[in-house]
Design a protein around this ligand. Structure first.
Ligand SMILES: CC(C)(COP(=O)(O)OP(=O)(O)OC[C@H]1O[C@@H](n2cnc3c(N)ncnc32)[C@H](O)[C@@H]1OP(=O)(O)O)[C@@H](O)C(=O)NCCC(=O)NCCS
Length: 169
């Protein structure tokens, strides 16, 4: 692994949408990190961004003023009884993988979720995405189980590992 660089994490604004979209586009087109298949556009990401708010923030990580990754706390369900549960996502620019940016974002995400007063964070990760599984287990997510063949991408079925973190005892 390369040397860890100290990323600065802040809340995202609409000005970050081009960088955010570029990072997400790579994951959509080349990985099963997301089950999105259509290439994102500024418009589709803008729509996604507008679905976030103070309880469901989007954050970005900067290195030397450049946005190199982002994290989101997204509603897990629109059913009211699930309001204190959210889904965690982190994406880092491929050129910056393995330098601690993802872990920094994930730790900030968990800290933020606690401040917001959320009760549970859920992570849903393709079982082949070992880096992401290591990352979330490393910050304290626990395995719930595997949803077998719930996804389909690149002509293959995709198994999804569900993990959760209880934020308050
Ligand atoms: C998953 C992802 C966010 C990790 O970000 P990153 O900046 O590369 O990861 P970090 O360098 O912060 O490492 C975090 C942890 O991941 C694991 N990890 C990192 N690189 C790894 C590798 N090559 N192989 C296995 N595990 C690895 C380690 O557990 C590491 O923690 P440690 O340093 O305490 O050992 C990034 O690889 C990414 O954007 N991938 C594509 C999108 C994605 O999969 N998102 C997750 C969906 S929620």
């Amino acid at each position: 692994m390369m040397a860890t660089e100290s990323a600065h994490v802040r809340d995202a604004t609409t000005h970050d949408l081009p960088a955010l979209t570029a990072i997400y586009t790579h994951a959509v087109e080349h990985t099963t990190a997301t089950m999105d298949i259509s290439t994102p556009t500024l418009e589709s990401q803008g729509e996604w961004f507008r679905h976030h708010d103070e309880r469901h923030p989007v954050m970005v990580a900067e290195l030397n003023g450049e946005v190199v990754g982002w994290a989101s706390i997204s509603a897990w369900s629109d059913r009211c009884g699930y309001r204190d549960t959210a889904e965690a996502s982190v994406y880092v620019m491929p050129e910056r993988h393995g330098r601690g940016v993802g872990k920094t974002l994930m730790k900030e995400l968990v800290k933020r979720a606690r401040l917001i007063g959320l009760h549970v964070l859920v992570a849903q990760i393709s079982t082949t995405n070992q880096t992401s599984l290591n990352m979330v287990r490393g910050v304290g997510f626990e395995d719930v189980g595997t949803l077998r063949e719930v996804g389909h991408k690149f002509g293959m079925p995709v198994d999804v590992q569900v993990l959760e973190m209880l934020l308050h005892d």
